[in-house]
Design a protein around this ligand. Structure first.
Ligand SMILES: C[S@@+](CC[C@H](N)C(=O)[O-])C[C@H]1O[C@@H](n2cnc3c(N)ncnc32)[C@H](O)[C@@H]1O
Ligand SMILES: [Zn+2]
Length: 446
């Protein structure tokens, strides 16, 4: 039975409590739910979309016509959101079809991309990646990263962050691991006296925010007794010579909220008869359902309030066991100071056994992937290094996409790393590579 508006708050509350009940899922609220609900959205669809887009959407919806209301609502939401995304993607003209097909293809779950990540990002479709996790090159801390001074480095990083903002899906997350370093910023002097602590974490927070991201969290990763035992007191146990060892790194969490003025369908009834509310966070438009036949109304008789973000995060369809985060995992990341070991690269003979100078431990991408994505989604690491992020993503049934500049130095080690990780206990890893300089892809297993 259709639920009428303006019931007493008491009744409305009772009805709203039963909304997830079996009965609601099985019995259509209206005689012909599909036509009824479409009727409430028709004028908006016709105003907002071209005739061909509208017809296309209608024909896609036909196959859901006889589904139960809840299934129809979910399917409509998906088809509509896909249409909105496609339209947004069309606005960007620089993407490369072949390259995006390589990333989208189901033939592998690890995508190894060789080249500069800025070039790769520029070829990628807008909002085509569901989660990002990375650890960037640290200014001049390693042989592979040489910039004239800290400002040049930060400028380069800013350009990459700007392009990533376009590529990351809306209302999604970037987990960014970076440590503050002890080095010469080379902005005033190049002499060894110019060495100081450079607060990369703080600089990155500021860059991310000015490029549109919202800073959400900063986990302090306590690395314990770090491998470097560099004395910071020059052997002088006197005042003004004492500096601590650098034993922690930041794991920063940023959200993307691009203000999207288009309406999204009510997650309860599927209608586009919704009114804009406030921005619940800057860049995040929230909506209120104005379909009086919608089954969920608040105690004060207000329609369902939601946003494009809550449609992702509160999707009951995705709250299934495969996406459930274990108690251990929740507990491990409960505090914003967290201790786990860094990767030990150097063996007792002083030899780097991993083939890469700066891999991060699996703990970081595991948290990013489990906490901020669903199975089947695409996880991107633009500074992939030894491909830790992509491997973890694929093991957790996502698609791991990594871009790495150092093909010559790291290719062998990366391929070995991928094959070593193909164990019996996790999802099978199948990788393919794409060389941006050669513009071609091929299967790594062949
Ligand atoms: C800190 S390491 C990342 C390590 C990685 N998290 C792992 O677990 O192995 C940074 C990596 O970024 C790569 N890199 C530096 N500049 C790059 C660029 N413009 N595009 C792609 N990769 C780049 C470096 O070669 C290096 O492997
Ligand atoms: Zn509704």
């Amino acid at each position: 039975m259709a639920i009428k508006a303006k019931k007493s708050p008491k009744i409305a509350k009772k009805i709203s409590k039963t909304k997830e009940s079996k009965e609601y899922n099985q019995r259509p609220m209206f005689k012909n739910y599909f036509d009824n609900i479409l009727q409430t959205s028709k004028s908006y669809l016709k105003k907002e979309f071209s005739e061909s887009e509208y017809k296309d959407l209608l024909s896609k919806l036909q196959k859901y016509k006889h589904k139960k209301p809840k299934e129809y609502v979910n399917s409509f939401n998906k088809e509509y959101s896909d249409l909105v995304k496609k339209r947004h993607q069309k606005e960007y003209k620089e993407s490369d079809k072949k390259f995006n097909n390589f990333i989208k293809s189901n033939s592998s779950n690890i995508k190894v991309i060789w080249g500069d990540c800025l070039g790769a990002l520029k070829k990628m479709d807008s909002e085509s990646i569901h989660c990002m996790v990375t650890s960037p090159p640290y200014y001049n801390a390693r042989e592979y990263s040489q910039w004239e001074n800290i400002n040049d480095y930060l400028d380069d990083m800013r350009t990459i962050i700007r392009e990533s903002y376009r590529v990351l899906d809306n209302n999604r997350v970037w987990v960014f691991n970076v440590g503050d370093i002890f080095d010469n910023p080379r902005t005033k002097t190049k002499s060894v006296w110019g060495k100081q602590r450079i607060p990369l974490g703080a600089y990155f927070m500021s860059i991310f925010e000015s490029e549109g991201f919202t800073f959400i969290d900063d986990f302090i990763w306590d690395k314990g007794e770090v491998q470097s035992q560099r004395q910071k007191n020059a052997g002088k146990p006197y005042p003004f010579y004492q500096y601590p060892l650098n034993c922690y790194e930041h794991i920063l969490i940023f959200h993307k909220h691009r203000l999207d003025p288009i309406r999204y369908p009510c997650p309860v009834c599927g209608s586009l008869k919704v009114n804009g509310n406030t921005q619940s966070e800057v860049g995040l438009q929230s909506w209120e359902c104005k379909n009086l036949k919608c089954s969920e109304r608040s105690a004060s008789n207000r329609g369902k309030r939601f946003s494009a973000k809550t449609n992702i995060t509160q999707s009951l369809q995705r709250r299934v066991s495969n996406n459930e985060i274990s108690k251990d995992m929740v507990n491990k990341w409960r505090r914003d100071i967290i201790k786990f070991s860094p990767v030990i690269k150097i063996n007792s003979k002083g030899v780097n056994t991993l083939g890469h100078t700066a891999p991060f431990p699996e703990d970081i991408p595991e948290m990013a992937v489990r906490n901020f994505s669903y199975e089947g989604e695409k996880i991107l690491d633009p500074f992939a290094g030894s491909f830790t992020s992509a491997i973890v993503a694929a093991k957790l049934k996502r698609v791991g996409v990594g871009v790495e500049l150092g093909k010559k130095s790291f290719r062998k080690a990366i391929l070995k790393n991928i094959s070593n990780n193909n164990d019996l206990f996790s999802n099978k890893l199948v990788s393919e590579e794409y060389d941006l300089s050669k513009l071609k892809s091929r299967n790594l297993q062949k």
